[in-house]
Write a protein that binds this ligand. Structure first.
Ligand SMILES: [Zn+2]
Length: 553
């Protein structure tokens, strides 16, 4: 199968200036770039007025379970993404013993915001080991290319058992067994090892996700396995004992490439703090690339069980541990409220989250509070002469805990955000496609950047933005024949209209197994997309049954 693409401006993913040329694709490869004569049997495709770029590579996704029921990897496939990297933050569903399946799906439900019913209906459990899982996802029909980390949490659950893995450190023998399993996963094609130390990651039975119980010795022993392989990278999600400089130290000690997440404006302090952290890590050395998000971190929570950063507070752990029908009683109990309010305002339990009033809260989805939708709740609390914390609880209680509150958490300082996004020491990532599906949808970041930051705000040049979403991440992972438009490379391509490209409004849909709901965002201006030389989107319409994606090892 051959076709020639004509009339587009080629932005090739290297940050070089765009240029006009024809591109000949033969089978799954870019065969020729330049002036190409019409030939019999070669389809002509006119892309006049569009930009032709390499397909985007989303380095931070959580499609580990979704891959079983959504061959398209929605919503990523609507935004010009052609390769997704899953298994981030130490999560994944392999290796997994049958008796621990509930523990991992319950953990994913709590951490990734999918319904437990969706996961139970959607995952086909015909694997136990990581290599068996790799075989399954290799065989599964895929619209996009998929690469995967092996996650610390499932490895730990497999060796210690689900209960022990969430409550204790491992013995030297158990660490050795885990190291063996990480090695086996690498040999079966994992692109690296991931771990989470984030205090916000609370799993089954409201206990910390198991990777958080690991000693430094364990974390380093597992990282060393990847280092000793001489290929692959480490992904580490922030924890108080693993600041960016510590990641840099580990990277240097073992000579291993790492990415660390996430460096967001406001998360670690006032303007300048995030860039200061980058500088400090550069001083340490190593090969560590902190992930930055291109989106203002706007998320959602509701008081039934999606408590977000209130999770680590003891008072809210009590709520999560209580049966569903007892939660409203706790929220109404004045003694509980006094305790919870004090905890929320103190910032004691999660130094990364400072205090409650730092954030901007509003009602985002409601059937009962339309009159106050979108209004800043701190202002409303002042008007009503009540405390913000109590106002949020009361609004939720009046609507049977159904109210969905929006909250702008971080990464909304435009000055520092620009500094981070245009600093070549960072890796654009942290958009969490496939996770937190009931509260966020930042997987649209590619169309968001091209529309808002490139065209509307002129924060950066188009060539630079494309480079940061294609050639740069390809280089980071060593995807040597993807991410750049050049002869011989794989034909992962996106044609978009630079004048119209944009991420559209959030929508809640009920399209997951067992009627699971989620928030999705569609795109405008992402016209044509090819994966391995095969069309998956034409004139802005998805070709739903196209499955040219491969497992990238
Ligand atoms: Zn993540």
């Amino acid at each position: 199968m051959s076709f020639v693409l004509r009339g587009a401006t080629i932005v090739d993913g290297t940050n070089s200036p765009g240029y006009q040329a024809d591109v000949l694709v033969e089978n799954d490869r870019i065969a020729k770039i330049g002036e190409i004569a019409a030939q019999e049997g070669v389809e002509e495709i006119d892309l006049t007025g569009l930009v032709l770029a390499p397909g985007f590579i989303d380095v931070h996704t959580h499609f580990d379970a979704q891959v079983f029921w959504d061959s398209q990897f929605t919503p990523s496939c609507w935004h010009g993404v052609t390769t997704v990297v899953q298994g981030n933050c130490g999560f994944g569903i392999a290796p997994m013993r049958p008796e621990d399946r509930f523990a991992i799906t319950d953990t994913l439900a709590r951490v990734e915001g999918m319904s437990l019913d969706t996961l139970e209906a959607g995952i086909t459990w015909n694997f136990t080991t990581f290599p068996e899982y790799m075989e399954q996802i290799d065989r599964a029909p895929k619209m996009l290319n998929l690469a995967t980390f092996v996650g610390h949490t499932p490895i730990r659950m497999y060796v210690l058992g689900a209960d022990d893995s969430a409550t204790r450190e491992a013995t030297p023998e158990e660490i050795a067994k885990m190291a063996e399993l990480v090695g086996e996963a690498m040999d079966s094609g994992a692109i690296g090892f991931s771990t989470s130390q984030a205090p916000s990651h609370v799993g089954t039975k409201a206990l910390p996700v198991s990777s958080r119980l690991a000693s430094h010795e364990e974390v380093e022993a597992l990282i060393k396995v990847v280092a000793d392989k001489g290929r692959g990278v480490i992904e580490m999600t922030y924890g108080p004992e693993y600041p960016l400089v510590e990641a840099a130290r580990i990277s240097k000690k073992y000579g291993v490439r790492m990415t660390w997440g996430s460096l967001l404006t406001g998360l670690f302090g006032e303007r300048g703090t995030a860039v200061g952290m980058l500088d400090a890590s550069t001083d340490v050395g190593g090969d560590v690339w902190p992930q930055v998000s291109t989106r203002y971190i706007t998320t959602q929570f509701h008081l039934r069980d999606s408590l977000l950063f209130w999770c680590p507070l003891p008072a809210f752990q009590e709520v999560l541990a209580a049966p569903d029908d007892k939660r409203q009683d706790l929220y109404r109990d004045p003694a509980w409220r006094d305790r919870a309010r004090e905890e929320a305002y103190s910032g004691r339990y999660n130094p990364a989250f400072h205090e409650l009033k730092k954030y901007s809260y509003y009602v985002e989805e409601t059937t009962k509070h339309e009159d106050i939708k979108g209004k800043d709740l701190a202002e409303l609390a002042d008007e009503r002469g009540v405390d913000l914390f109590d106002l949020i609880l009361d609004i939720g209680l009046e609507e049977n805990l159904e109210t969905r509150f929006g909250v702008i958490i971080d990464n909304n300082d435009p000055v520092e955000l620009e500094a981070l996004l245009t600093d070549d020491r960072t890796l654009w990532g942290a958009h969490d496609a496939g996770a937190h599906v009931d509260t966020i949808s930042d997987s649209c970041y590619t169309s968001h950047v091209l529309g808002r930051f490139v065209r509307d705000e002129k924060m950066m040049k188009l060539e630079y933005a494309v480079y940061r979403m294609t050639g740069h991440p390809a280089d980071f992972f060593g995807f040597s024949d993807r991410g750049v438009i050049k002869e011989g490379n794989v034909a992962d391509l996106v044609a978009f209209n630079p004048d119209t490209v944009a991420a559209l409004e959030k929508q809640r849909v009920w399209d997951f197994p067992a009627d699971g709901d989620r928030i999705v965002v569609h795109s405008r201006g992402i016209e044509d997309v090819w994966v391995n030389g095969e069309l998956i989107r034409r004139d802005g319409v998805q070709i739903e049954d196209a499955t040219p994606g491969v497992l990238v090892k």
